[in-house]
Design a protein around this ligand. Structure first.
Ligand SMILES: *Cc1c(COP(=O)(O)O)cnc(C)c1O
Length: 460
């Protein structure tokens, strides 16, 4: 199993050929089969004797891969799609084939160096200080959790050194529009979420944050505020400068969740929306969303990484030799020890293409979004719900209820036209389209929106 003999070499070539073939063509969109249907197709694949390379690869290519939704399809418009560059996808194979561990400088100096340059690009886009740094984690969920753990650790440290008691409860302030992972992190940490109201434009502002902090229950201390730089549902960027003012005056950590939207800091046409982001104590941006990296890859950056080290460094006799703050050990900055160097495919693609190509590709998706907004605005049977700030277009079909949206999405998927999923807005059903794939064209959107026309025969 472990030698590159003729049989293994043949298998490796077949795997690489398969990967190349997949990179070259769009896999179709379709409804996922049931586990029973898949079992009928592939049977039991784990056997004492093994299937052999050819058969295992055939099983995957013919039955299992087609049972997955290709998130890089230009008409995958639900959730937040992915659109890795060829360079990034290909380099993921290299990361996997190199037996390199990205936990510590000792194990992975070269990769950690490369990842840190990619992190630096993101920190520079935000205008964070020279001291800024962190690591790549699996996703925004883990990034948000790790950042909030650091924030609370620092709040405890400051309270302890001031000689104060711990509060009865710790709390984080966030808007209803914040991502579900904030609630999830609060659950893991056993802290409360104090909701701050958004304004009429669905934006969290400093005054609402100040009100939420001032209105905290007796015995509760706020240790962090989360502002979202691009809400997942609507693509709204909170008033970061205003929120930062409220954090400064309350002496509270500011975490910016830019998992989806942070990438757009690289786009001059919308950069002004992120004003104040340089004041973040911590920032998350997912390259696997809008920075064209394969899953799973989220950048987590702290203004003062020493605070994260204090919160996250793991201690054990066999780890003592690597605990060293004169070198960069990524495992010190998140809730992780063994770590895939998941930022390296992103780094490789950035190094290959340069950052201008990223700016152009993101601007292109923003142009397609604006054109989609215009199509919605021009259609009498459609109602635009909010002005798109980044790359989400949210709308309603006049006269439709919740079941109509789901039925429409089902029809589009059954026809292999597009993957869309309904959402809710202001208590009612609605549609959102999220565009992060530079291969998604205005004509893709025209084709999808045409199926909403009242007189038109819907997709059959
Ligand atoms: C997607 C998203 C997350 C969660 O990121 P994962 O990579 O899916 O874990 C967090 N916050 C926002 C704003 C997001 O859009």
């Amino acid at each position: 199993m472990h030698d590159l003999d003729a049989e293994n070499e043949d298998l490796v070539r077949k795997v690489i050929d398969y990967a190349l073939e997949r990179l070259g063509g769009d896999a179709p969109l379709h409804c996922p089969p049931s586990a029973e249907e898949l079992h009928a197709l592939v049977g039991d694949t784990i056997t004492p004797g093994g299937l052999g390379g050819t058969e295992a690869l055939r099983t995957f290519a013919e039955h299992l891969a087609p049972a997955c939704m290709p998130t890089d399809h230009p008409r995958y418009l639900a959730f937040v799609a992915s659109a890795p560059t060829m360079a990034a996808s290909a380099f993921d194979l290299v990361v996997g084939s190199s037996s390199l561990c990205g936990s510590t400088w000792l194990d992975g100096a070269g990769m950690v160096f490369a990842e840190n340059q990619a992190l630096r690009w993101i920190a520079d886009l935000a205008g964070m200080p020279d001291s800024a740094g962190g690591c790549f984690v699996t996703g925004g969920t883990m990034g948000n959790l790790s950042a909030l753990v650091t924030a609370r650790h620092d709040a405890v440290r400051r309270r302890t050194s001031a000689g104060s008691e711990r509060p009865e409860r710790w709390a984080v302030v966030a808007a209803e529009s914040a991502h579900s992972s904030i609630d999830s992190a609060a659950g893991v940490m056993d802290v409360d979420v104090l909701l701050a109201a958004v304004d009429g434009g669905q934006r969290l502002r400093g005054d609402a944050v100040a009100t939420a902090i001032a209105g905290r229950p007796a015995g509760t201390e706020v240790f962090a505020v989360v502002a979202t730089a691009g809400t997942t549902n609507l693509g709204i960027v909170d008033d970061i400068d205003g929120v930062a003012d409220a954090c400064t005056s309350a002496g509270v950590w500011l975490h910016i969740d830019g998992a989806y939207g942070g990438a757009a800091m690289a786009a001059p046409s919308v950069r002004h929306r992120f004003a104040g982001i340089q004041r973040a104590d911590s920032l998350v941006v997912d390259p696997h969303k809008w920075l064209f990296s394969p899953f799973d890859c989220a950048a987590l950056v702290y203004a003062n990484p020493a605070l994260a080290r204090a919160a996250h460094t793991q201690h054990a006799g066999y780890l003592e030799p690597i605990i060293d703050d004169t070198v960069w050990n990524p495992c010190d900055y998140a809730n992780v020890l063994t770590r895939r160097a998941r930022g390296v495919p992103f780094w490789f693609s950035l190094a290959v293409h340069g950052t201008d190509a990223y700016t152009d590709a993101i601007e292109h998706t923003l142009e397609v979004t604006r054109a989609t907004r215009d199509l919605v605005e021009a259609a009498e049977h459609l109602e635009l719900l909010v002005e798109p700030e980044l790359s989400v277009v949210a709308f309603r079909r006049r006269g439709w209820g919740p079941t109509d949206y789901q039925a429409w999405c089902d029809r589009l998927l059954a026809a292999g036209t597009a993957l869309l999923t309904p959402t809710t807005f202001d208590g009612g059903a609605a549609m959102r389209i999220c565009i992060v794939n530079p291969r998604t064209s205005v004509s893709d959107l025209q084709e999808v929106l045409a199926t909403l026309e009242p007189a038109g025969d819907p997709v059959t």
